[in-house]
Design a protein around this ligand. Structure first.
Ligand SMILES: [Zn+2]
Length: 297
């Protein structure tokens, strides 16, 4: 006798097994608060409120993506102050963590580490503060040649940050991490992009182990995500090994990044959803909140 009457049962069993295994692969997106730890509000975005992304625009982007706090810095610092000072920012439920940018213009990117006027600029800004309170960090700064981490102003700024317990957001390679930490071993260094040049995961692991205060921000990190937008295995291993050490960020360095802000945040929510919930919450919010003393949103 043919066994066709049993076939529907077998199909049903197979379907259940299939759905169960897919559920573990396609975890639901993370739905909790986000802290954008690498945000720029540069002149070309707002341009005296006549640019393509005035305050109401960028605040709406944060709000609809559940971004409840931002590390804000900008070239020049007016963009950060505009965000920090505006009552609309508070009304949007966004907490600003202001950082002093070291750049007045594009030329400063390649010279700040030896330019004494930048040191003066930083001190003036720190003394002035913002409408959201005192500055909590320095950066983002760039070192395209890691040897410039030993520039006299780079050294002084690291030591100033250490003394005043300011965080430092640094776009540098792995060699410069060692050099910067040598200037100020107790500095709270945030490695922007955690190695945009693709320092191997094993090297990142070694630096995390060597410098317990080092944090890694993950925008533009090569090799971070794989299939279905989930973390690649070596990064999943790193993030779960150091759940208290990683942060997410948008890096809105050009206006195009503002255009894709929704997609960027959706991408983070996707891979965060594939992590254990407590790890996801730390990377999404708690690690930054701890670093900057923010209350739960
Ligand atoms: Zn940046």
């Amino acid at each position: 006798m043919p066994n066709w009457p049993l076939a529907p049962v077998r199909y049903a069993q197979a379907a259940i097994i299939c759905i169960a295994s897919l559920a573990s692969v396609w975890a639901a997106d993370y739905t909790g608060p986000l802290l954008d730890a690498h945000l720029h509000y540069n002149e070309e975005a707002w341009n005296g409120q006549t640019g393509p992304h005035p305050l109401p625009d960028v605040l709406a982007r944060m709000q609809r993506n559940g971004v409840r706090a931002i590390v804000a810095n900008s070239r020049p610092n007016d963009g950060t102050k505009a965000l920090a000072d505006a009552p609309q920012t508070r009304a949007a439920g966004v907490t600003v963590v202001p950082f002093v940018r070291l750049y007045r213009n594009r030329a400063d990117y390649d010279n700040w580490f030896r330019d004494e006027t930048i040191y003066t600029l930083v001190q003036t800004e720190l003394a002035r503060g913002t409408g959201a309170g005192p500055y909590k960090g320095l950066g983002e700064f760039h070192l395209y040649d890691s040897a410039n981490a030993n520039g006299p102003v780079a050294r002084k700024l690291m030591q100033l940050a250490e003394k005043q317990q300011l965080a430092v957001l640094a776009h540098v390679d792995d060699v410069a991490i060692d050099l910067l930490m040598a200037h100020a071993p107790k500095a709270r260094l945030i490695w922007a992009h955690t190695g945009i040049g693709g320092a191997p995961a094993a090297r990142v692991d070694a630096l995390m182990a060597r410098y317990p205060l080092l944090m890694g921000e993950l925008s533009y990190r090569p090799g971070l995500t794989c299939d279905d937008g989930q973390l690649c295995p070596e990064w999943r291993a790193l993030v779960t090994k150091y759940p208290d050490r990683f942060l997410i960020g948008s890096d809105t360095w050009v206006n195009q990044r503002w255009l894709y802000y929704d997609e960027l945040m959706r991408g983070y929510r996707r891979w965060l959803g594939g992590l254990p919930p407590d790890v996801a919450r730390k990377v999404a919010w708690d690690n930054g909140a701890r670093l900057f003393g923010l209350p739960a949103p």
